[in-house]
Design a protein around this ligand. Structure first.
Ligand code: TRP
Length: 384
């Protein structure tokens, strides 16, 4: 079978960009990022291997999850009967938006396809230490709020452990300090771009994000492979983890990386910091969702006449990006949308209306599941 692996970005001159877990600047060139970070692209062979386990998720077919470390090895081990565990996380600093849900929906797909356990870390400590305006009480409260959104996605309670760092620290601490002893300040400074003004908690933090890679191994008393689905901005943490893992007696964690979902303003990362009007929160009301979609940045022309003549530019349109990342899983329909936009047949108003209907269907249903999640949260949490 063959998959269409076209490269999204044309290799024209682009402004400098920087990607770290603590901020994204400039316009990200994801092909350049793979080279810079030293990861590998998910190629045809890997897609074919993944397709043997279940229908390929649209985020794989469309190269939204597009990069990896040691994914072949994870599949080799799985094929030999040695199951991996999944590990991902959330920095609980505020409400959940659709860009956050994207990699978690994919994580749920992996859990379903491979029937594997998931460790889900809530870094209430991290967000407290990195954000001047947040108290520890607030980040803990957000962690519990955010857990409802995670549970609403339908993770299997039998196979999913969610924990807050501040509540699971007794289990994690011995491994955290073993990790910390192997990481130099100069590495942290270089990898995250820190300077003398960063507080010492933030310098230590990467050792806390390292530990969950090994929780299953710690629990079982043997080395268990671990696969981390995450936004590629988190890779710097795990590069450090991978350097020290074997020295601690564990396997290096494998990774599968996603591109960052664009905001409705058209920038690369959908972030709460780009403004509440350009992100859709899972708790937004219908009229708010409608307004945000209708106000979104598009690849439309200055006038309807111009657009009918020249066509729209779907590849720079945030509305098209939403269809592509999340809301139009059917490749045929997505291609039709792309063609109809490019030919000037489909105008922005109609396209936004279609998107709004899909987004609201999803959000409305999600809100119901989120309410139900309140009854079962305890089945998911692990604490010391
Ligand atoms: N640091 C991440 C954030 O700020 C949260 C996180 C913790 C995470 N562990 C992870 C994300 C593992 C991906 C994978 O959002």
């Amino acid at each position: 079978m063959s998959y269409n692996l076209t490269v999204d970005s044309v290799n024209e001159e682009k402004e400098e960009f920087v990607v770290t877990p603590y901020g994204v600047q400039g316009e990200v060139d994801y092909d350049v990022l793979v080279e810079r970070f030293g990861t590998k692209r998910i190629d045809q062979d890997l897609l074919a291997r993944l397709a043997k386990h279940g229908p390929l998720h649209h985020m794989l077919r469309r190269q939204i999850f597009y990069s990896q470390r040691d994914l072949e090895w994870i599949l080799d081990e799985y094929d030999k009967g040695n199951k991996f565990v999944l590990y991902t996380g959330r920095g609980p600093s505020g409400p959940i938006h659709l860009g956050h849900l994207m990699p978690w929906a994919f994580t749920k797909y992996l859990q379903d396809v491979f029937k594997v356990k998931l460790w889900f870390q809530m870094t209430d400590d991290e967000k407290f230490m990195f954000y001047e305006h947040l108290t520890l009480e607030e980040t803990k409260r957000w962690a519990y709020e955010n857990a409802l959104d995670i549970i609403a996605l339908g993770f299997d309670p039998e196979l999913t452990n969610i924990f807050l760092d501040s509540e699971y620290i007794k289990t994690m601490y011995p491994t955290a300090i073993r990790a910390a002893k192997k990481i130099n300040f100069s590495t942290i400074r270089a990898v995250f771009g820190f300077d003398n003004s960063n507080n010492i908690g933030s310098i230590f933090f990467t050792s806390i994000q390292t530990v969950p890679c090994f929780l299953e191994s710690m629990e079982q008393g043997r080395k268990v492979p671990c696969l981390i689905p995450c936004g590629i901005d988190q890779d710097p943490h795990f590069r450090i983890t991978r350097d020290i893992a074997e020295g601690l007696g564990y396997y290096k964690p494998a990774l599968i990386h996603a591109k960052l979902m664009p905001s409705l303003a058209g920038s690369e990362k959908m972030s709460t910091s780009t403004g509440a009007d350009t992100t859709i929160f899972t708790t937004d009301e219908m009229k708010t969702v409608r307004r945000k979609v209708m106000d979104a940045f598009t690849g439309g022309r200055v006038s309807v006449d111009e657009q009918k003549k020249l066509g729209g530019e779907p590849d720079m349109c945030s509305v098209y990006a939403y269809h592509k990342y999340f809301f139009e899983p059917d490749d045929g329909k997505l291609a039709q949308l792309h063609a109809d936009c490019g030919s000037g047949k489909l105008l922005c108003g109609e396209c936004k209306q279609r998107l709004f209907e899909k987004v609201w269907d999803f959000v409305d249903e999600h809100q119901r599941k989120r309410e139900k999640a309140k009854d079962i949260v305890d089945e998911f949490f692990v604490r010391d």
